[in-house]
Design a protein around this ligand. Structure first.
Ligand code: FE2
Length: 283
């Protein structure tokens, strides 16, 4: 029996997956969120000793910010061999801001495995599944698949955007994942997608139809919206929590969540790109 605990304490959704003989933490939040992580862990009825390994979907700052701080308490950072060259790619971002506590990953204490040997590795923890290489959002992106039908994809672009990515690396990664017939997809920033009745060709629309409606008032001045989105982006860059951004801007929390996800999951996206994607999402 597998236990999945969602730990939401920063702008990233992170997950504790417990098998009978061990637990894996999938992703962490931004640097400086360690106290919030501990609080979320406690609120979920879990302890640090429930974590044996930390697996990072990709080494962007909002997914690996406190990995080493957690590892200092005992859990080991597990690295897929193809991620090796990326482990320190975000260090420079945190080093710029001395006010935030950040510990770079200590390479000698990590454990590197290949995706091919991941099934055997996970089995030892009582977790039936595997780690898959799913590039597209970044070259170091991996996903975690559990045979029960659960899929953790980090920042791989959500299924409802799939039509935008046909024929790209993102589309290819999804093809590989959809062939597994997932029942539930857990994202780093988007809402969990339930694909309960999986019929290979209908899977994409399901999530689209289940998205909560939220529309932008037509009367809303376009310039204001532009300004609001760029303001939210600036606050995200500063590592502010979504609650804090809400207090500062007074904007709709779901809108802020959308901007946050679009901004963090699309490299080099601008204000207009974010607004376009929100429009597609709400279609
Ligand atoms: Fe990312």
């Amino acid at each position: 029996m597998i236990g999945i605990t969602e730990l939401k304490y920063s702008n990233t959704n992170t997950y504790l997956i417990r098998g009978e003989n061990g637990g894996i933490l999938f992703d962490t939040g931004w640097a400086g969120t360690y106290p919030a992580f501990c609080a979320a862990l406690g609120a979920g009825g879990k302890k640090l000793t429930d974590i044996d390994y930390i697996l990072i979907s990709h080494f962007h700052p909002d997914h690996m910010g406190i990995a080493q701080e957690i590892a200092d308490k005992g859990p080991k950072i597990l690295i897929a061999d193809l991620q090796k060259g990326f482990v320190h790619s975000s260090d420079v971002i945190f080093e710029k801001d001395k006010r935030i506590r950040f510990e770079p990953i200590v390479d000698v204490n990590t454990e590197v495995i290949s995706v091919e040997e991941s099934r055997e590795f996970l089995k030892k923890l009582g977790v039936e599944g595997e780690i898959l290489y799913t590039p597209g959002h970044s070259d170091d992106s991996i996903s975690l698949w559990l045979d029960e039908g659960y899929l953790f994809v980090g920042d791989l672009n959500p299924l409802y955007e799939l039509e935008l990515h046909k024929g790209t690396q993102i589309g290819e990664s999804w093809e590989k994942l959809l062939a597994l017939k997932p029942k539930k997809v857990f994202y780093g920033h988007a809402k969990t997608a339930e694909l309960a009745e999986v019929k290979s060709d209908t899977i994409v629309d399901y999530e689209k139809n289940n998205l909560q409606e939220h529309t932008i008032s037509e009367k809303e001045n376009k310039d204001d919206l532009f300004r609001l989105v760029s303001q939210i982006m600036k606050y995200i860059d500063k590592g502010y929590s979504l609650d804090r951004i809400q207090r500062k801007t007074g904007a709709d929390p779901e809108f802020i969540e959308d901007v946050n996800r679009m901004y963090l999951t699309h490299q080099n996206v601008g204000v207009q790109g974010i607004l376009d994607r929100i429009e597609i999402k709400n279609k």
